[in-house]
Design a binder for this molecule. Structure first.
Ligand SMILES: Cc1cc2nc3c(=O)[nH]c(=O)nc-3n(C[C@H](O)[C@H](O)[C@H](O)COP(=O)(O)OP(=O)(O)OC[C@H]3O[C@@H](n4cnc5c(N)ncnc54)[C@H](O)[C@@H]3O)c2cc1C
Length: 291
């Protein structure tokens, strides 16, 4: 039995981003190819965005795609490392290039700066050389995913820095010298090398050590359709609202700019979803045409 479903006041597109749509994300940023994993669900595709564009919706900031700098290549999706790095490694540990045992960026910079820095670590053929993020037991004490990461061998445990260096093939002497330099920076409260904020930094003077290999994953689309303050989708040519078409959440573009701040997507979803719902419900109903 065929049923026709109509909308008398409007349609709200809350269809998310397109982080898992490899073909479409590569049209925006060719380097985001199938070598890169994503933290998103399988339905994070561009179909709905394309349908909105077909009726004139204005797409903005589509090439502003955020990569999560806390992910690991040793598991699929968000996994266990993302939480571990957010809670433990980044605030309380350091990240080093496996070839030198040395830091190479401010571990508390914004997500884009961190992901860009990690993705510079490549060999002469352009293949990733995964950096190592690590901290000690005190630094990892609040990471809820530590046990899972160890169980699934995403996180490694080492009793000494020599053992840690051996696990990942790092130069032990250089690694220990880096840790010493880091501890001096923590004690002085100033990171002369990369100007990292030091409020949460801890002295790394004893093991056991917990470490992960790191490589960013496609996480969030800052771009989407342009909307007005009523959450109505705006037309590409007229810049006026397309009658009856609303959008909310990650499907919209332009709220976050080039690097969304963590935790702001849920707030965006709540605010814009409520706004779209209210405005759509208050719209004048149209007669449904019978087909
Ligand atoms: C692992 C992970 C952790 C995150 N953590 C945080 C956090 O801590 N704080 C924060 O603020 N943000 C976080 N984010 C970002 C935030 O969760 C998302 O941006 C937000 O959930 C997007 O909500 P949404 O409703 O706009 O889209 P979604 O939740 O993606 O929902 C869109 C829905 O529409 C469906 N859909 C799409 N196209 C079609 C179609 N053509 N037909 C039918 N259905 C369709 C999809 O299948 C999906 O179910 C995280 C994201 C991920 C992936």
């Amino acid at each position: 039995k065929i049923r026709r479903i109509g909308a008398r006041r409007g349609v709200i597109m809350a269809t998310g981003g397109f982080g898992r749509d490899i073909e479409y994300r590569m049209m925006q940023l060719p380097e985001l190819n199938s070598d890169l994993d994503s933290t998103n669900h399988a339905g994070a595709t561009a179909e709905a965005l394309k349908q909105m564009m077909l009726i004139g919706a204005n797409p903005i900031h589509l090439d502003q795609i955020q990569l999560g700098p806390w992910a690991s290549p040793d598991e699929k999706g968000f996994g266990t490392a993302s939480q571990f790095n957010t809670i433990a490694t980044y605030p309380h540990g350091i990240v080093v290039d496996v070839r030198t045992g040395e830091r190479f960026f401010n571990e508390l910079a914004d997500r884009k700066a961190r992901a860009d820095a990690i993705m510079t670590r490549r060999d002469e053929k352009g293949q990733p050389v995964y950096p190592i993020g690590f901290t000690n037991a005190a630094g990892a004490s609040k990471a809820q995913t530590l046990d899972w990461g160890l169980k699934y061998k995403v996180i490694s445990k080492a009793e000494t820095l020599d053992e840690l260096a051996a696990i990942y093939g790092m130069p032990a002497k250089a690694l220990k010298a880096q840790v010493e330099r880091w501890n001096e920076a923590v004690k002085s409260g100033i990171d002369k090398e990369f100007d990292r904020p030091m409020q949460e930094a801890i002295v790394l003077d004893q093991g056991p050590w917990y470490a992960v290999r790191m490589w960013p994953k496609v996480h969030y689309c800052m771009g989407g359709v342009k909307v007005n303050t009523q959450s109505e989708v705006l037309h590409l040519v007229s810049n006026k609202a397309i009658p009856g078409l609303y959008a909310a959440g990650e499907a919209t573009g332009g709220i976050h700019g080039a690097s969304r701040l963590g935790a702001c997507a849920v707030a965006e979803g709540v605010v814009t979803g409520r706004n779209a719902g209210r405005n759509c419900a208050a719209a004048k109903p149209t007669e449904l045409k019978q087909s």
